[in-house]
Design a protein around this ligand. Sequence first.
Ligand SMILES: Nc1ncnc2c1ncn2[C@@H]1O[C@H](COP(=O)(O)OP(=O)(O)O)[C@@H](O)[C@H]1O
Ligand code: SF4
Ligand SMILES: [Mg+2]
Length: 345
Amino acid sequence: MTGVTDIRAQIDALPGLDPRAPLLQVEDLHVEFRTRDGVAKAVNGAGFHLSAGETLALLGESGCGKSVTAQAVMGILDTPPAHITGGRVLYRGVDLLRLSEEDRRKVRANRIAMIFQDALSALNPVYSVGFQLAELFRKHRGLSRKDAKQRAIESLDQVRIPAARQRIDDYPHQFSGGMRQRVMIAMALALDPEVLIADEPTTALDVTVQAQIMGLLAELQHQRNMGLILITHDMGVVADVADRISVMYAGKVVEEAPVYDIYARPAHPYTEALLASIPRLDLKGQQLNVIRGLPPALTDIPNGCAFHPRCGYAREICRLEQPPAYRIAGHRESRCHFIREVLGV
Ligand SMILES: Nc1ncnc2c1ncn2[C@@H]1O[C@H](COP(=O)(O)OP(=O)(O)O)[C@@H](O)[C@H]1O
Ligand code: SF4
Ligand SMILES: [Mg+2]
């Protein structure tokens, strides 16, 4: 029989796994969707890294490949239509893209977990939340029915569901949107993952509940020293919570830097445009600077720098050559031919 501690030991015994290796490194990831309408290149060489206790925001307009990147890291893309055509996803030195499905599932449940925007469709509607939580403890930790139920109650307590013991037999639809999001967080954290990917976790909620959920996530992350990848299209959300930001455009990370540096001075025209489009309370009623034009169709990404049709700095070379990643001051990167101009140096 597969004991519980065994699952954790089995993960630790994966060839190449080194507990001292970086927590998560995504390198040159490529994902395409092959459909009847053509090949959509959803992720085109995306890369980033994450350390324990750190929050990385993955930021970009809708459709730029954030969710597909996260799903590739989790190993939950359906093939077909999705095909991972290149890159590596290294967890503690092990390339998850090369693991068997069985090993992948173990890592997924126990080391890397994910929460989604829509808790209602992520939770199973026909089982009580208590049952769904208890199943995790039974399956992965081998707990008895009684102990698993007790752990389920504790899990709901940890995400501050009031009267957890009484609510344990309720079904997902009996919880409010905010409370359902808490249930999903409880499920994701049940097995103590080292990495949590939160994909637009508060987009569907009203502003007050959004702030409560973000606060809760930050607190749980801190307590557990987890690495958190926060996916969002909303630059307003990331300032308070993220340590670093990776800005994505057309399936690539175009700028990566500590939050402070990005707000002080963006090093990429796209980041600059995103910053200019944040609603500001002091400018209430004034027209926002919306980024002109639309993101490209992923079946037809422009040559050169994919941002060139929308970029105020663009010149001839931008149409012809993809900009390489330039390192700035040793701790940030930007993919722009005219980085000096953007930085004003
Ligand atoms: N199931 C799918 N079939 C075909 N194309 C898809 C599918 N899922 C995503 N895509 C493509 O991948 C692109 C990126 O999607 P996604 O990662 O969900 O964007 P976002 O940054 O908003 O999370 C979409 O614009 C779409 O073209
Ligand atoms: S490489 Fe050219 S088009 Fe791309 S962001 Fe820089 S200036 Fe704009
Ligand atoms: Mg998405």
